[in-house]
Design a protein around this ligand. Structure first.
Ligand SMILES: CC(C)(COP(=O)(O)OP(=O)(O)OC[C@H]1O[C@@H](n2cnc3c(N)ncnc32)[C@H](O)[C@@H]1OP(=O)(O)O)[C@@H](O)C(=O)NCCC(=O)NCCS
Length: 186
């Protein structure tokens, strides 16, 4: 059965170029490299990152995760940036990409010692600007209702709150209600 809908993002339009490097003030959003493996693994030793991303990460797993990020760009299913501040890895910003509807879904964390400096909000804003620049229609994210910090990041980056999906994500301590936020292409 043929779809009557033209994909919002044309096949090949993302991966025909190299993954972009984005600059936002003192921050650089760049592709991950093997050199990030120890820092990624260390980031997941933080209890908050473990809690909200519901996983740990050995160096071997970090290596696979980074390969997966490059593969996602090639397959046009996502784009993941390492966020450097002052030349060191400070954060992760990922967009999962759905090309037909032109929807990108954001996920992020910031190293504990770099929090409270606007890194997450600025990186999210930067990623969303890129998404709209390549023709995405909507950038969205969701966070547990028990994670007010992530809610503030979304609001600061201009992502309107849309509602609550009840008991929609299973965390290590059980089911969480999730808030949805989104920004629509202007
Ligand atoms: C949540 C997290 C990403 C915030 O990163 P950050 O770089 O410190 O956030 P920012 O400095 O950009 O803060 C943006 C806003 O959120 C607020 N904020 C950040 N963390 C907060 C917290 N824990 N509680 C309340 N508000 C918080 C800031 O005060 C700021 O508010 P403002 O707009 O009123 O000035 C970071 O704490 C983190 O990595 N947590 C663990 C992983 C996680 O929760 N990921 C998101 C899963 S959905």
């Amino acid at each position: 059965m043929a779809s009557l809908v033209q994909p919002t993002i044309a096949e090949g339009s993302l991966s025909s170029a190299a993954q972009p490097v984005l600059r936002a003030g003192p921050m650089i959003l760049r592709p991950w490299t093997e050199g990030d493996i120890p820092a990624v693994s260390a980031a997941y030793s933080d209890p908050e990152i473990r809690r909200w991303h519901a996983r740990s990460m050995s160096c071997e797993e970090a290596s696979t995760w980074i390969s997966g990020a490059h593969e996602a760009w090639t397959l046009e299913t996502g784009v993941s940036w390492a966020v450097d501040v002052d030349g060191a890895l400070a954060a992760r910003m990922t967009l999962r990409v759905e090309k037909t509807d032109g929807i990108a879904t954001a996920a992020y964390w910031v190293r504990p010692d770099v929090r409270g400096r606007g890194v997450a909000a600025r990186a999210l804003d930067s990623a969303a600007r890129w998404a709209f620049s390549v023709g995405m229609h909507r950038v969205e994210l969701e966070h547990s209702t028990r994670n007010p910090g992530s809610c503030r990041v979304a609001i600061r980056a201009g992502f309107a709150a849309e509602g609550t999906r009840r008991q929609s994500v299973l965390h290590a301590d059980g089911w969480h209600d999730m808030h949805t936020h989104a920004k629509i292409a202007e």
